[in-house]
Design a protein around this ligand. Structure first.
Ligand SMILES: [Cu+2]
Length: 148
């Protein structure tokens, strides 16, 4: 049997969950934070292999070719940059498309060149915070259930 207190608690939790889910989304074409990411390319890997930025960021990628000529092409954004050995090449763009994009070496640099890939993750901040909020609500719900 569900107690009256339990019903009230469950009702409040539903309301809190709804609030978390429906909270207004902050404007996304706002500030455009400047972000510089240094990626070191050597045969046959990018370091770091995964780059995370926020939707709307103004991103500058500094591609450093450690050994031979390497390139970096971002699928989905269709952007490329090539760096000579020991040199740094820069590529600037606005991360205006959210999602996960593969980037790969665009210069045939050796036998394992086709496997020289990395990932660019363009995320929405609010999605993360919303998820955090839901986890918090779930934890609260678990505690309330135990009290009953
Ligand atoms: Cu290559």
């Amino acid at each position: 049997m569900i107690s009256r207190r339990g019903t009230v608690a469950t009702g409040s939790l539903v309301l809190v969950s709804a609030a978390v889910l429906l909270a207004p989304v902050p404007s996304r074409d706002g500030d455009g934070t400047e972000r510089t990411v240094r990626i070191e390319a050597s045969s046959f890997a990018f370091e770091p292999g995964t780059v995370r930025v926020n939707h709307g960021d103004r991103v500058t990628i500094e591609l450093v070719a450690e050994d031979v000529v390497h390139g970096l092409h971002i699928d989905g954004y269709d952007l490329s940059v090539t760096a000579d050995p020991g040199q740094t090449a820069r590529l600037s763009f606005v991360a205006d498309r959210p999602g996960a994009f593969r980037f790969r070496c665009s210069v045939a640099c050796g036998s394992l060149h086709p496997f020289m890939v990395g990932k660019l993750k363009v995320g929405d901040n609010w999605l993360l915070w919303r998820a955090v909020g839901l986890v918090f609500v779930a934890a609260l719900a678990g505690m309330v259930m135990r009290w009953d």
